[in-house]
Design a protein around this ligand. Sequence first.
Ligand code: GLC
Length: 507
Amino acid sequence: MIKSQKKATSHEKSVIESARALLYEQALVYYEGKPIGAVAAIPQRPSRFEKGAASTLDLNYTEVFIRDNVPVMIYFLVDGKAEIVRDFLDTCLSLQSDTFETAGVFPTSFTEHQGSLVADYGQRAIGRVASVDASLWWPILAYIYVQRSGDRAWACQPRVQLGLRRFLGLILHPWFRDAPTLQVPDGAFMIDRPLDVWGAPLEIQTLLHGALLSSAGLIQIDLEAKGCCGLLGQSCTERPKLDDFTEQQVVQFRQTISWVKRLRNYLLKHYWVNTKSVQVLRRRPTEQYGDSIVNEHNIQVETIPHWLQNWMGNEGGYLIGNIRTGRPDFRFFTLGNCLGAIFDVLSPFQQQSLFQLISQNRVDLIGQMPMRICHPPLEDTDWRKKTGYDRKNLPWCYHNGGHWPCLLWFLAIAVLRHQQRHSPLREMAILEVLQSSYELLLQRLPQQGWAEYFDGPTGLWTGQQARLNQTWTITGLLLMHHLLRVNPADARIMDLPDLRTLIKLYR
Ligand code: GLC
């Protein structure tokens, strides 16, 4: 167990104090007199090199992004500021789209303009990308807020339950395929530019898993308050007549649980790899047809890269980046994997294999700046063809193998929560990785202006186009400090409803 009592040095204290001052005094956005979220990056005066480029300097970084506010809201919860989180959730809910084409979608970002809120659902974003992750994060954050604050009455409000109903309507409907994964265009999540992450990218699927569990948990709270929870196990012919709204809640609850069950099985079957499963994959026949086949996505052995052998070794395992017909993506994506552990898509044993993989590849994934967003980067022809010559995503830069300090706290939650909830760690190296990574952040972030991301194979250089004073960089460090030094037990804050318990309710 990491010692929370380790004595803070004066350097650590002053870095934490300045991070808190940046967050509370400069990053918050106010609407009708109340804070409703934080900007993506605190605006800077342009340096002498940047004069003249000032109008493009901030782009939309002064807006409140739902995804960038995830660490901010988690920090407010552990810091006893639950009312800001409630106001943030309410603001996002008031901006949930109700037009026919996009009903249920939450905005990527929003901003205050001349006294009203203006939202971006992708219609103003660079490349007009749609941020599917924003919609998936809302129910997750809402569930975490209710659990932490005990404010069940908030969850029982009709407008909250209506928001969930609209959200679930986006997922629970017929489509052209029967897989339980969510299909999205390129750049639909934190990686919001083309990087060959279209189809069923991991981060979207682990978020979907979390969002479905959270939605079911929030519906359950309302049904309990209405005394209807016992009806969840009854089919529509067995249960008494309910009002239309409650009937719809029961139907959606049941569909959600069956969806999330299929999704978890699917992810473990098609995305999870370790040395054993890769050897099975390599020997599978191709061109199979019909029901009982072993190579459903018709994957050729040449698509399995050789670097996997060294990278996984005998003990490591992880969820691959994407599954598509004939074209699996074996890149390692940090956030999708951490969320796979935090939301218990992965079994406790698999979580340990993931931690093993991360510590044995710390040179790649941590380097000089924890953590790399994905590994390995797309290079040469792949970079040209798959990113469309995107200069921001050059190899080892930005999303394409760059290092993002805002990712480390997700790993800390995954590891510390595993220790508290599941079993002792098979191997303690990952704790040392967390500790030394935190010390690296303490040293480097203030020196390098709390940059958004870092470039190069070790992440030593400030990202070529990185914003400074990036809010999720600042809060990422505050969360690391909280988890390692103040209260490691708060690693349980992202615990979502347990799938097995939910299944029992509707049997
Ligand atoms: C960049 C990142 C995106 C983030 C946004 C605001 O576009 O790729 O993930 O939400 O900046 O910080």
